[in-house]
Design a protein around this ligand. Structure first.
Ligand SMILES: [Zn+2]
Length: 301
């Protein structure tokens, strides 16, 4: 008898708890149909290094969501009506299926499965030209200085997550002509020394105009031995753009910039084989493919 009662109470309790948990997911309109949030997702299949753009349209209240266990941070677009979240797939992300879910107050939960694929990045030669050797560069000291010094300077900046968004619109390319002359993610190797290329090299003859990819605050202007003359712009919420090997700086640390403002002129400073612009995007401390990132933010929604 006691056992039967306990079982009945247990079943009743289970239904009550299930009702409390499940009920908010079945918010319905007058016709008893669930109200689905109007959401746009830039892609359902992504690779390591890619970027996902999520837009939820015409929502007055703050919304939240996750991709797997990674929380999404939504900010307002320039119309003030829609919410945008940008999330990056890190190079070390385990391939597989991840659930994207978005909670919109008063509506049913938006759910979608996102497939993340492994990407094989090529191994290329870490080049040190005779000209660079003459001024002191070797594969060993290039790699050691990047790892032990310059990456530490960058990460100190890039690991800071500014809690506000300076941006409310898509990113633009930092130079007018886009020609990829050094792909993102390649592993550059010379004997036992190797370095990961965590940005893209864009064709840029000396003195090419380099523009801010979006609104933000200049948080680093520094001349470095490997990365050359470097500018970092903080776009808020952990998103940064980086401009390396510049010939001339046109901004100062602490300066607020608008999208399209002149950051500087391209050059051939630091460990650089030939004039070009190295452009990187960092999101919450992880490097993303910058061209894929811009493409995702420009998705037509
Ligand atoms: Zn580069």
């Amino acid at each position: 008898m006691i056992k039967t009662l306990n079982r009945k109470y247990f079943l009743a309790l289970t239904f009550i708890v299930a009702g409390i948990i499940i009920f908010p997911c079945f918010v319905a309109n007058a016709d008893n149909q669930p109200i689905i949030p109007d959401a746009f997702v830039s892609s359902e299949r992504l690779s390591q290094g890619d970027t996902l753009l999520i837009v939820v349209k015409n929502e007055p209240n703050q919304i939240s969501g996750n991709l797997g266990l990674v929380p999404l941070i939504f900010f307002r677009d320039e119309t003030g009506k829609d919410w945008i979240a940008i999330t990056g797939i890190t190079l070390s992300k385990t391939p597989g299926m991840y659930n994207l879910f978005i909670n919109v107050p008063g509506k049913s939960v938006f759910n979608k499965n996102i497939i993340i694929l492994k990407k094989d990045f090529p191994i290329t030669q870490l080049l040190v030209t005779q000209k660079l050797v003459q001024i002191g560069y070797t594969a060993k000291n290039v790699v050691n200085n990047v790892i032990n010094n310059e990456n530490k300077i960058l990460l100190k900046v890039l690991n800071v997550i500014t809690p506000i968004s300076y941006i409310n619109k898509s990113f633009i390319y930092p130079v007018t002509e886009i020609k990829d002359v050094g792909a993102f993610g390649n592993i550059r190797k010379s004997n036992t020394y190797e370095i990961r290329h965590l940005g893209v090299d864009l064709k840029a003859p000396v003195n090419t105009l380099v523009y801010a990819a979006n609104d933000g605050k200049v948080v680093l202007v520094e001349s470095m031995w490997d990365y050359g003359n470097t500018v970092i712009v903080d776009h808020g919420l952990g998103v940064y753009s980086l401009y390396l090997h510049l010939g001339y700086f046109n901004v100062k640390e602490g300066q607020i910039v608008k999208q399209g403002d002149l950051i500087g002129l391209s050059g051939n400073t630091g460990y650089s084989i030939t004039p070009h612009l190295h452009f990187s995007i960092s999101m919450r401390g992880a490097s993303l493919d910058p061209l894929k990132f811009i493409e995702a933010t420009q998705a037509d929604w």
